[in-house]
Design a binder for this molecule. Structure first.
Ligand SMILES: Cc1cc2nc3c(=O)[nH]c(=O)nc-3n(C[C@H](O)[C@H](O)[C@H](O)COP(=O)(O)O)c2cc1C
Length: 140
């Protein structure tokens, strides 16, 4: 029988709203690492300048609460969930929340596009990929 403490993961992408600078990112990571340690959440964040991609894992109740806060955050909009599910163990134990390179964001989105099962998701992901890499995806 599943409980609210079961381990789950969730990944999403979103569109940044303001010009976001290094100090905004530093502040965001500081708050995230503090809260995530408290809440038992681990994961990673990538940021391209326009697009966020984040992977989160932790107890299901903590991940739900965090997603509620994130979806209401004025720093971004158009939060699209890429994947979610139950896990037996963490992929990133010890990562309170790390910022990783733009290339990673690209890889995560391409993989999600390859597995997308709904038309609106394909469109949303294609748009985000075009923003990440306009030369490669324009017109295609
Ligand atoms: C792209 C993005 C990723 C975020 N990731 C996290 C996170 O991993 N953990 C977290 O606590 N807050 C995260 N936040 C911030 C939350 O939206 C929210 O501002 C914060 O949790 C509020 O914390 P406080 O109640 O301690 O002020 C993120 C926000 C954005 C825009």
């Amino acid at each position: 029988m599943p409980t609210r403490k079961d381990l789950v993961h969730m990944s999403y992408c979103s569109q940044a709203l303001l010009p976001i600078g290094q100090s905004d990112l530093d502040r965001l990571l500081q708050v995230s690492q503090h809260n995530n340690q408290r809440d038992g959440i681990t994961g990673l964040l990538t940021f391209s300048g326009e697009v966020f991609v984040q992977f989160l894992e932790g107890p299901s109740d903590a991940v739900s609460r965090l997603m509620g806060r994130i979806q209401g955050d004025a720093l971004h909009r158009d939060v699209i969930v890429l994947s979610e599910g139950a896990d037996h163990e963490r992929v990133l134990p010890g990562w309170d929340m790390e910022l990783v390179a733009r290339e990673e964001a690209h890889q995560v989105l391409r993989a999600a596009l390859g597995e997308a099962d709904r038309y609106d998701k394909v469109i949303g992901l294609s748009r985000l990929l075009a923003k990440l890499d306009p030369h490669r995806y324009s017109g295609g």
